[in-house]
Write a protein of this length. Structure first.
Length: 263
């Protein structure tokens, strides 16, 4: 089963601790397998780690996150509902400072693919590399930001970003109703989670070294790890998580403030 995971934190050295704490929520099955990707920010750099084809081994997020130093990341497990397994179809997708990942499907995508692509500016249409509905959806949101001259803005307002997401959803709904469009979008300074279809849960936690990593020595800096974890892709919201309302966007700021916005 696909899984979508978002992470924002006050420290860059505790991703593995947070993944371990949330292991039941971020893993859809004890032996979860599939293609996976993780995108993350280190300063102004946007980095990827990807396994674009299932290798038969269960996914171990502790191993994947072991050497990843970041306070903003999104991860994805893919089952290839639209488009085959390849690097170009593996989430998260990136353009410039933007990262994007999606769980769900644009209904009847083969029949509406060209219609959706035709509305993109030429430079975004040329940037499409894969065959997935998710990549097209991402570029539709980017087109909305471009139309407002905010694609390269350091920090677009929440209203601008939510507006671009809502505009893309409206266009998809017009030609492909009943699509499931749960997504994460980030520029490294904030993260946006949208629920449009299946469940989407989130949790805001603070952990000390003793609570989160008792078997590891204390690390420098604040003894407290404060993070927000966002999870979608299961049949229900993980136990202990709050549920994001359908047709809403949750924004998580760099200061870990949470705000909800309706589409």
């Amino acid at each position: 089963m696909a899984r979508l995971i978002g992470y924002m934190a006050n420290r860059a050295d505790r991703l593995r601790d947070a993944f371990r704490e949330e292991r039941q929520a971020i893993t859809s099955a004890p032996d979860q397998r599939g293609a996976w990707g993780i995108g993350f920010y280190q300063g102004d750099e946007v980095l990827h780690k990807k396994q674009p084809t299932p290798d038969g081994e269960p996914i171990d997020w502790n191993v994947i996150a072991q050497n990843v130093k970041t306070d903003c990341a999104m991860a994805h497990v893919r089952q290839a509902t639209v488009g085959g397994f390849s690097v170009d179809n593996t989430h998260p997708f990136r353009l410039r400072q933007w990262l994007f990942a999606h769980v769900g499907t644009i209904a009847g995508f083969d029949g509406v693919n060209e219609t959706l692509r035709s509305e993109l500016p030429d430079f975004l249409r040329r940037n499409l590399r894969g065959s997935s509905d998710s990549e097209v959806f991402f570029h539709m949101i980017l087109a909305g930001l471009h139309a407002k001259n905010q694609l390269d803005a350091v920090m677009p307002t929440a209203a601008t970003i939510v507006g671009a997401i809502a505009e893309a959803v409206k266009k998809i709904d017009a030609v492909a109703p009943n699509s499931t469009l749960n997504v994460l979008l980030s520029n490294g300074r904030a993260m946006y989670a949208m629920r449009h279809g299946g469940p989407f849960g989130y949790v805001d936690r603070t952990r000390t070294h003793e609570e989160g990593a008792a078997d590891e020595p204390a690390r420098p800096g604040s003894p407290h790890l404060h993070y927000v974890m966002l999870v979608s892709g299961g049949i229900e919201v993980p136990v202990g998580y709050a549920s994001l309302a359908d047709e809403h966007v949750l924004s998580v700021t760099r200061d870990l403030e949470l705000h909800t916005h309706s589409l």
